[in-house]
Write a protein that binds this ligand. Structure first.
Ligand code: P6P
Length: 350
């Protein structure tokens, strides 16, 4: 298993602790991680449980999407004449309803909704903020390409019970947890709370996420380059030079294999396991790139760094960016540390 090859002694002790039982559910893993912090209230654990539950429900919908009439555009009618919802709208509602009553959040924000999502007045407010992309890459569902859920958890920083915009607009370095669910050939939930990256695979026969990838590490140098070079003519010259470097065309390094699914979670997950560089540069059509900082780039950057990788926007560390709006975009280079360092050197030349 990729992650085992680079385990530290401490991590190995973890693996030894857990591998002496055949089944480690995500619930057990979360509880045992929480027990290592005596002052933990269990709220963060509760958020992770509820997200795991929501992911199981979404996974079921994604698996059945080709069979039941929930594909296609929002606002259309299905064959029964019912108002048809896009699967990402359904996934959004599943997460909101799974998270809004637990008393752990003061507010939420989603790729699917313009503003902050308030906690209904009948429910207790909590000290955390949840930012999420409920079903990234959902346009790929119609062609059976993997899609994903991405989430980021921040601690409330403003006074009072109600969540405010300032609680959401924090730099990624303030995240207390982040993760994604890859609805691929198997459904995997990968998360970090700042103490390594841990992967769980859904066993649909028992409806449980089981620890399958403890202490994941991204290889120092990558095998895969993930970029949509249809935009090459719209990139800056230094970005074009960088992509020639990754492709081995300037003789400075071995050529990387190009793998681009067009679904961020699928591309990121493959590179996390096999090593690589995912890039979505700025281009003349999208001067800030396409990907969203708060609920796509920040959570995956946190995971990349915790797994020994890196993430930049071309000029600075992604996790250092001070957000100014919920849905702001950023150029994105994330993956193996040595490959991101090449980007940092070549793009800093301006
Ligand atoms: P392009 C999917 O629409 C998405 O938001 C990400 O999942 C993916 O990485 C990116 O857009 C693909 O964008 O412009 O290459 O089709």
């Amino acid at each position: 298993m990729e992650g085992r090859a680079t385990l530290s002694l401490a991590a190995l002790r973890n693996v030894v602790n857990y591998t002496d039982t055949s089944v480690v559910t995500i619930e057990r893993y979360i509880i045992e991680q929480e027990r290592r912090f005596p002052d933990a209230t269990g709220d963060l654990s509760g958020i992770l449980y509820d997200l795991a539950l929501a992911s199981k429900i979404i996974a079921n919908k994604v698996r059945l999407a080709g069979l039941v009439d929930i594909l296609g555009g929002h606002g259309t009618e299905n064959v029964q004449g019912e108002a048809q919802q896009k699967l990402d709208v359904i996934a959004n509602d599943i997460i909101v309803k799974a998270m809004d009553h637990g008393g752990r959040l003061c507010t939420m924000a989603s790729e699917e909704q313009e503003g902050l999502i308030p906690i209904p007045e009948q429910f207790r407010r909590g000290k955390y903020v949840l930012l999420f992309d409920p079903l990234d890459g959902s346009s790929n569902i119609d062609v059976n390409v993997p899609v994903g859920t991405i989430f980021s958890v921040l601690r409330k920083v403003t006074e009072g019970e109600e969540g405010q915009m300032a609680d959401a607009l924090q730099p990624g370095m303030k995240q207390v947890a982040a993760g994604y669910v890859n609805y691929g050939s198997s459904t995997m939930l990968v998360y970090t709370t700042g103490r390594g990256v841990h992967g769980f695979t859904l066993d649909p026969s028992i409806g449980e996420f089981l620890l399958s990838h403890p202490n994941m590490r991204i290889p120092e140098q990558g095998r895969y380059l993930s970029v949509n070079d249809a935009y090459e003519q719209h990139w800056e010259e230094n970005v074009r030079a960088l992509m020639r470097r990754y492709r081995g065309l300037d003789g400075q390094r071995k050529a990387m294999n190009v793998r681009y699914v067009g679904s961020l979670v699928a591309d990121f997950h493959r590179n996390l396991l096999g090593g690589g560089l995912f890039a979505y540069p700025a281009n003349t059509k999208s001067p800030n790139g396409k990907l969203r900082l708060l609920y796509e780039c920040n959570p995956l950057a946190f995971i990349a760094e915790q797994a020994g990788g890196a993430a930049i926007d071309g000029q600075q560390r992604i996790l250092d960016i001070q957000p100014t709006s919920l849905h702001q975009r950023t150029p994105y280079f994330v993956g193996s540390k040595a490959d991101v360092e090449i980007a940092s050197e070549m793009l800093a030349k301006g």
